[in-house]
Design a protein around this ligand. Structure first.
Ligand code: HEM
Length: 483
């Protein structure tokens, strides 16, 4: 450390470490972003923790996150988790691949398919599927949460593999969800013992008490299945001449790519995109049910700008400025990935604001803290799209941080953006969303708990979703007839 920190600068401040275990007991296992944000008051914009020899740096402001993760290339690595990366094999998907040649190649391969222009040219299927969602919502409004989840999976799988998902039991979805669920609680520091004692990975799985290792084997198979089976199906469909256009079929036909690269690039999309997008969808329903004035204002804009009896198209985007502000506020009010994904500092170690940041530190950009920072937003707890309305006084654009920072920013941002725009405009054009009511029609309180693992969004809740009018019913039905 003396060579990498010749001036002997201190680590950034943080809670007092305990003997041997350091700060291990200070790291919350649930909703850790809330505690990290609390620490901003005592320790400031950059906080240091140490647990079992690992350094963790929390960046609690836009400035620190942008300066370090946004601008410095050494922060583009991901922490190596023995369990997740090595044993379960997740290091082969883009979001957890180490910063190296393979990751660069993957991002380059994916780029043309997730580029804004490409997404804009391919909204046709998304529009059809969103229209179809409206009719399912009308038939089973109480199932809205299940329907939104299915919708998310359907959009990504159609785009990635050209496969039409018909139900939540579709193999493309069940296999991927199993693989992801086995992992999602394990992503942040302190989650699993094997990460604290890496030697454990050499214990054979028949060793008494080593059930975790048998689980890992099973989980690894799930991860492999998640990416390999759909790839093989697209290949077979191409050979049979039945493949629908998709990212995977385009990559295969391009001929320049290695099949292994295609398999993992494609598999990365559902893994990174499904739960995050669903999280923003369910948050949308909550904020609409709770903020009827905002809902009415957005509906009024849609009624004014869109021809009666039709639904918006992607091209209408620029004509709906209030919807645009609503989208921004949705991303800000509850950022679905409140700590982005963990980054790691590669190379020698770094200096910032008079502090030393040791190499291999885990770096957490506290997106939650930025979204709730009074320096960035007046009355941050309030859902208030108007804060973005006037270009002269608009507050910090959440798109500059809710998708992460620097080279590792979300690869699917444009896809997420398009699917969210269509969801919001289609639903608000045709439905009224309101709080839940009891049998006598009295309004009930609406304060669902939020998830607390890697992602943050409301847990499913009850609400009312009703077509706005007879004309809306006809418009919804027209979708079923047309597609
Ligand atoms: C509202 C929806 C979404 C949100 C809020 C979101 C947010 C994020 C965040 C915060 C990261 C980590 C960035 C960082 O480490 O600094 C990320 C990474 C990623 N996202 Fe998204 N995402 C969303 C939807 C999607 C979709 C739909 C896709 C794919 C179609 C996708 C693909 C990816 C990929 C591949 C990465 C890994 C990037 C890398 O490590 O190089 N995301 N996303």
């Amino acid at each position: 450390e003396r060579t990498s920190n010749p001036r002997g600068l201190p680590y950034p401040p943080g809670p007092q470490p305990e003997l041997i275990i350091g700060n291990a007991r200070h790291i919350p296992s649930r909703s850790s972003w809330l505690q990290y944000t609390e620490w901003k008051k005592s320790y400031g914009d950059i906080v240091h923790l140490e647990a079992m020899g690992d350094h963790i740096i929390i960046l609690n402001s836009y400035r620190t996150a942008h300066d370090l993760v946004g601008l410095r290339a050494a922060y583009a690595d991901r922490p190596v988790s023995q369990m997740i990366s090595i044993l379960m094999g997740w290091d082969r998907v883009v979001s957890s691949a180490p910063h190296g040649e393979k990751w660069k190649r993957y991002r380059k391969i994916l780029h043309p398919y997730l580029h804004r222009e490409t997404i804009s040219r391919n909204t046709e299927n998304m529009m059809k599927d969103t229209h179809r969602l409206l009719s399912s919502l009308m038939d089973s409004p109480d199932q809205w949460d299940r329907l939104l989840r299915l919708h998310t999976g359907r959009l990504i799988i159609m785009y990635t593999y050209g496969h039409k998902v018909e139900s939540a039991q579709d193999e493309y979805i069940t296999v991927a969800e199993e693989a992801i669920n086995s992992t999602s609680t394990l992503v942040f520091p302190g989650a699993v013992l094997v990460d604290i004692f890496p030697m454990m990975r050499f214990i054979p799985s028949w060793f008494p008490g080593a059930t975790w290792k048998r689980n890992v084997k099973k989980w690894r198979k799930m991860v492999d299945g998640m990416v390999e089976r759909p790839f093989q199906r697209v290949k077979a469909e191409l050979a049979a001449g039945t493949a629908l256009p998709s990212v995977t079929s385009a990559m295969i036909q391009d001929d320049g790519y290695d099949p292994e690269d295609i398999t993992w690039c494609a598999g990365s999309l559902f893994a990174a995109g499904a739960d995050t997008t669903y999280g923003s969808f369910i948050t949308f329903i909550l904020v609409m049910a709770k903020n009827l004035d905002v809902q009415k204002k957005a509906q009024a804009e849609l009624d004014r700008m869109i021809k009666p009896g039709t639904l918006p198209t992607w091209e209408d985007r620029d004509r709906l400025p209030y919807v645009e502000c609503l989208m921004k506020e949705l991303l800000r009010w509850c950022p679905v990935a409140p700590l982005a994904l963990p980054h790691a500092l590669s190379g020698k170690g770094d200096f910032y604001d008079g502090y030393y940041i040791p190499r291999d530190s885990v770096i957490l950009a506290n997106v939650w803290a930025i979204s709730q920072d009074r320096a960035n937003y007046e009355d941050p707890a309030r859902f208030y799209p108007e804060r973005f309305e006037n270009p002269e006084t608009a507050e910090l654009d959440p798109r500059s941080y809710v998708f992460g920072f620097g080279r590792r920013t979300c690869a699917g941002q444009n896809f997420a953006d398009a699917s969210l725009f269509l969801l919001i405009t289609y639903i608000l054009s045709t439905f009224d969303i309101g709080p839940p009511r009891d049998e006598d029609g009295r309004e009930l309180a609406l304060d669902p708990p939020f998830t607390s693992g890697v992602l943050c969004h409301p847990e499913p809740f009850k609400c009312t979703i009703r077509p706005r009018s007879e004309a809306a019913v006809s418009l919804i039905k027209a979708g079923v007839d047309a597609h």
